[in-house]
Write a protein that binds this ligand. Structure first.
Ligand code: LLP
Length: 432
């Protein structure tokens, strides 16, 4: 039953964060109640929003596709379990992320492992775990992979990450498919790498991988990259033999309150006919698209300050909790949790960290806010908690997962003792 006073929340990107009686709710829970119970800063996630996005990607790419959630977007163990329940595997980029999948008690046979620099122990752990395949992006990995395969007595499945030199039209720091980026293997060099793989009895080439960048809003780069990969594969028989997968990466963009999210169905429509003609199963690695809109960062107003012609709203969340505005000039919608009536004001929403780059939003129109009021930074489920730090010796936020009318803590707030734990009771002296 939908309550009559229910309305969409501007900028939310999902109906699971919505307004009832003007106040922000997550699913069937008032966000203000969560903040009162758990304190702030607080990450609040909607399980249903995550499930809905997962189902959308599944519907777009069909049952033959492998969905590999990019763990880096949000590596919380409980969210990994939700992703698994939704039928997806994982894209990991470190031995630590693989350990998270294992610590969550989840199968590793649907894991793909990317990264420009993999350490031998990471490769060994992943081979032991029996992952789906490695995405190889540097030539020096090949002898390492082959040696681990030889020692284990099994061929290691690899996909070659190609750098197709395609502009993803996204922020420079999150663009990865241009030739000047460190990622993948440039096409002019890739033919020799395929031949090296073909010569190595402990390696098996299963496909090609590209990942063009993050927060893409257009189908065109995906189509352009596939066209270049097809051209490359058709260049010599050895480049086509035995291929079973095409990993088109992640990067599916969300709206952040401006414009539209990437049309994932349109990406699938553009790519699937080409892939099925070749018998290549699609692999997709969405991170942000699945969890971004499913999370909000809730923060409390500490005070107001007017200085140099700017109205600052000081809040208890900061760049250590959500780095994206400082690092990428990212703009997240910010809304009051329980709005006051009155004329709107133009404010800079800033945290307590000692950096001028510590802001959550600049020149935002907000209703009057007083000390103790709550704000929600929307679209914060991806690259929020996973990039949080203890800078300024701040404890990272607690995280709660809402399912219907109830919530449970999925990461408790750290204690200060935990912040110092690795620095006390040390008995090591090294004299080289
Ligand atoms: N696959 C690979 C190989 C990746 O490197 C990434 C992200 C993904 C998949 C997932 O991309 P997504 O679907 O989430 O866009 N911290 C930045 C984003 C960095 C993305 C790094 N790689 C941000 O907050 O915007």
């Amino acid at each position: 039953m939908t309550p009559a006073d229910r309305a969409p929340c501007p900028g939310a990107g999902t109906e699971d964060f919505h307004l009832r009686g003007g106040e922000l709710w997550c699913e069937d829970v008032p966000v203000a109640r969560l903040a009162a119970h758990y304190g702030t800063p607080l990450y609040v996630y909607s399980e249903r929003a995550l499930g809905t996005r997962l189902a959308m990607v599944r519907a777009a790419f069909g049952p033959a596709a492998h969905l590999c959630y990019a763990v880096k977007a949000n590596s919380n163990l409980s969210l990994l379990q939700c992703v698994h329940r939704g039928g997806a595997g994982f894209d990991v980029v470190s031995g630590g992320e693989l350990q998270r999948v294992q610590a969550a008690g989840l199968p590793t046979d649907g894991v793909v492992f990317a990264g420009v620099g993999k350490e031998p122990w990471e490769i060994e752990a992943a081979v032991r775990a029996g992952i789906l395949f490695f995405n190889v992006e540097s030539e020096h990995e090949l002898p390492l992979l082959a040696a681990v395969g030889a020692a284990a007595g099994r061929r290691v499945r690899v996909a070659l990450r190609l750098n197709p030199d395609v502009d993803a039209g996204t922020h420079a720091y999150i663009s990865t498919g241009k030739k000047e980026n460190k990622f993948g293997i440039a096409l002019p060099r890739a033919g020799a790498v395929v031949e090296a793989i073909a010569r190595e009895r402990w390696l098996q080439l299963v496909g090609y991988h590209v990942h063009l960048g993050s927060q893409l809003r257009s189908v065109d780069p995906y189509a352009a990259a596939l066209a270049k990969v097809i051209d490359f594969a058709d260049g010599a028989a050895v480049r086509r033999e035995g291929l079973t997968h095409y990993d088109l990466g992640g990067g599916f963009g969300i709206a952040y309150g401006q414009g539209a999210a990437l049309d994932t169905a349109a990406v699938a429509q553009a790519l699937l006919p080409v892939l099925s003609a070749r018998g290549w199963a699609p692999v997709v690695e969405p991170g942000r698209y699945l969890v971004g809109d499913a999370g909000a960062l809730i923060t409390t107003v500490l005070g107001e300050k007017r200085q140099g012609g700017t109205d600052f709203l000081l809040v208890d969340a900061a760049m250590n909790d959500l780095l994206r505005p400082a690092l990428y000039q990212a703009e997240h919608p910010i809304v009051p949790v329980v709005p006051r009536s009155g004329a709107g004001q133009l404010v800079d929403v800033v945290g307590p960290v000692c950096e001028t780059g510590d802001f959550l939003g600049k020149r935002r129109e907000l209703p009057p806010c007083r000390r103790g009021d709550l704000l929600a930074v929307l679209g914060a489920g991806a690259y929020g908690a996973s990039m949080a730090s203890n800078y300024n010796s701040r404890r990272r936020p607690a995280e709660v997962l809402v399912t219907g009318g109830s919530a449970r803590v999925v990461r408790r707030r750290e204690t200060y003792a935990e912040l110092f734990a690795a620095e006390v009771d040390l008995h090591d002296t090294f004299v080289p």
